[in-house]
Design a protein around this ligand. Structure first.
Ligand code: SF4
Length: 688
């Protein structure tokens, strides 16, 4: 029998370790890795059924120019020439990459280096922009750097876990199992704050179904309550935290329990119970996810949570932290290499010192000196004809971006679109001039970083089929053909890993918070054998933060409306995931077992709304927004608040004629992070 290979799950940011054993030509037997610290052998349904998704049906196995097969040489030469010509004729800002949290850190690193250090633009953004960029902005404002101040072990040590905007039971199931185990062992309390009653609420001590978008009011009210109860950590505030002038005076305005309950549309008794639970439990973790981040006030919502933790001293101690949980397997790895348009490289911004430092390190030919276009703006620029050449890697923006109809029009009009993907046909790749066959999970080799900053290896178990190549190789070959052979002289992922670590070490030189020298000098054999590890298990040494004065910052944030209620659009459309599907279902949709959980896209609505609109369970209804319309089967449930609709994000043109949530969502974004507000689009619904 073949030996099991230790690798990491392809899906969510929990980053579970997997033992994958080859069975026959393309088969894989999957088991949880009992040695991996993220999951200790546990897996959810998506991870368990990964073996059903590694077949070759629907795979892109050869480079394609238009609808014709091409050699790698011809396809890569064409990509390099079109990007070089666009830069020569229209400048570096005329080209863009749109990448993905599915890429491995090594893939991300070379794509970021090519765009920012050699093409000379920062127009590389990632689908992680849609997932957790508001958390990044909130961390930067509060801590002076993008650092997640929590470990999974904090969930074991907490006495109270507050889940805000997170259907953890479905979206991060193994962490949810871990919370339930802690609860069984030591009675941990769980509070869920979410407009919807989700599966996560089933085991909760309290569910607060707050009015959508009222999170800042709720958290400011909690902070005011802590102050009234004498539950602030005055010593920590004095020694470690900067508080804006007049912060406490302005916070007191309208912060009595009844005013907050009205603002959040909650029963005052429920609100009081939550506030009292928080005060009573110094070991509290507040874990938040897309319900907080995917808002046009996402960054303020993140800071409202962090403010409470800073002021009450619930940070930097076991079981006490604000904890942003990421959606994708390698959203954190992308952050670490700087693969967002708003960072330069390795957590560095575009300050003149950082630009000079990275330029020296890369021996950059032409380095970007300012942030590039964030995802929504990037595709707007494509639509306006400002982007002449676009390369999309491992993501499906024609489905997943908001106002996806506009994205499709933009792609159709773009002079040159390259898509590297594992699948032959996606809603995005139908617009590609060149399609490049990329390695899939199980075939590629490199590292990913999970939500607690733990780096793990993804290892190849299966051979590369057809002419498939890893993403890092494809980018490297294009860079060499654009003239930068020496700067992209990588032969294997370990070469890229060592360079990435050396750049991080270089950046970290002044702080010396963690010592990466051993990793920077790692041999190929040591890289192959790498065990899961955290660069910085205790992110705040002596609670000294990365701000100029070493103090964390409380940020004054006020509750604001997400938008006026419009007469023609009386309902609010909220969007999210199903338990057994992943993003646009290009991989998880292949598994027959996963498909059984939800066979079609549903629009969930409250019975009162359904009665008013004369809809019954099982009707087909059209959900209409100013951006578009799509059909769904109606599911009536009092899990939904009156006035709210919920639709899943997964379905595409390849899978069904309805259920296109991306066509409906509006493309408004948070002013700091650029993250779209997927949770609130004005909508209406009618029977078909
Ligand atoms: Fe994979 Fe996430 Fe499930 Fe773990 S919890 S098995 S990482 S999808």
């Amino acid at each position: 029998m073949a030996q099991a290979v230790r690798t990491t799950c392809a899906y969510c940011g929990v980053g579970c370790g997997i033992l994958a054993t080859r069975e026959g030509e393309r088969g894989l037997a999957i088991a949880g890795d009992p040695e991996h610290p993220a999951n200790a052998g546990r897996l959810c349904s998506k991870g368990t059924h990964l073996g059903e998704t590694v077949g070759l049906e629907g795979r892109l196995l050869l480079p394609m120019i238009g609808n014709r097969q091409a050699s790698w040489n011809k396809a890569l030469d064409l990509v390099a020439r079109r990007f070089r010509d666009a830069v020569a004729n229209h400048g570096p800002e005329s080209v863009a990459f749109y990448v993905s949290g599915q890429l491995l850190t090594e893939d991300y690193y070379v794509a970021n280096k090519l765009m920012k250090g050699f093409i000379g633009s920062a127009n590389i953004d990632t689908n992680s922009r849609l997932c957790m960029s508001s958390a990044v902005s909130g961390h930067l404002r509060a801590f002076g750097e993008d650092v997640v101040p929590a470990n999974y072990a904090d969930l074991d040590a907490a006495d109270l876990i507050v889940l805000v905007g997170s259907n953890t039971a479905w979206c991060h199931p193994v962490l949810y199992q871990r919370m339930l185990a802690a609860r069984a062992a030591r009675g941990t309390k769980i509070v869920v704050i979410d407009p919807r009653r989700t599966e996560t609420c089933a085991q909760a001590d309290l569910h607060l179904a707050l009015r959508p978008g009222s999170d800042v009011a709720l958290m400011n009210g909690l902070l005011a309550h802590c102050r009234r109860q004498g539950a602030l950590d005055e010593g920590f505030l004095r020694d470690r935290v900067s508080v804006p002038d007049d912060f406490w005076t302005s916070l007191e305005h309208d912060q009595d329990l009844w005013s907050v309950a009205r603002a959040c549309d909650l029963a005052p008794a429920d609100l009081a119970r939550f506030y009292d639970m928080f005060v009573a439990h110094p070991r509290t973790v507040t874990m938040f996810s897309q319900g907080v981040n995917q808002s046009i006030r996402g960054t303020d919502q993140v800071n409202a949570i962090i403010n409470v933790h800073l002021a009450s001293g619930r940070i930097g101690k076991p079981g006490a932290a604000p904890f942003s949980i990421t959606g994708q397997p390698n959203a954190m790895g992308g952050r670490e290499v700087g693969g967002l348009a708003s960072t330069l490289a390795s957590h560095m911004d575009f300050s003149p010192e950082n630009v000079a430092r990275v330029s020296r390190f890369w021996a950059a030919e032409r380095i970007a000196t300012k942030p590039g276009l964030k995802a929504v703006d990037l595709f707007r620029a494509v639509g306006e004809g400002r982007i002449k050449a676009l390369w999309i890697m491992a993501t499906n923006p024609a489905v997943s971006l908001p106002d996806a109809g506009r994205v499709r029009e933009a792609l159709a009009a773009c002079p040159f679109v390259v898509v590297s993907d594992v699948m032959e046909t996606t809603d995005t790749s139908v617009h590609a001039h060149v399609r490049l066959p990329a390695a899939a999970w199980g075939e590629k080799d490199g590292t990913v970083t999970n939500s607690e900053r733990r780096v793990s290896r993804q290892r190849a178990v299966l051979p590369l089929p057809g002419q498939v190549r890893p993403d890092w190789w494809i980018v490297t070959e294009v860079a060499r053909r654009m003239g930068w052979r020496q700067a992209f002289a990588y032969e294997r992922p370990a070469d890229i890993w060592r360079e990435h670590v050396r750049l991080s070490t270089y950046q970290n030189e002044g702080a010396r918070r963690f010592d990466l020298r051993a990793h920077a000098a790692m041999s190929d054999a040591a890289y192959d054998a790498m065990e899961p590890f955290q660069w910085d298990p205790a992110p705040f040494v002596d609670l000294c933060f990365s701000t100029p004065d070493g103090r964390a910052r409380i940020v004054a944030v006020a509750q604001m409306e997400l938008g006026e209620k419009l007469r023609d659009w009386p309902m609010n459309l909220n969007t999210g995931r199903y338990r057994d599907q992943w993003h646009t279902m290009t991989r998880s949709g292949i598994s027959p077992k996963l498909a059984r959980h939800r066979e079609e896209p549903l629009v969930e609505m409250n019975p009162r709304d359904a009665m008013n609109l004369e809809l019954i369970d099982g009707d087909i209804a059209e959900v209409v927004t100013p951006q578009g319309a799509s059909m769904f089967r109606v599911a009536i449930s009092d899990n939904q608040r009156v006035g709210d609709l919920f639709t899943p994000i997964h379905w595409t043109d390849q899978q069904s004629t309805g259920g296109r949530t991306g066509l409906l969502a509006r493309a408004l974004t948070d002013p700091y992070s650029g993250q779209p507000g997927f949770k609130s689009t004005p909508a209406r619904i009618k029977r078909v």
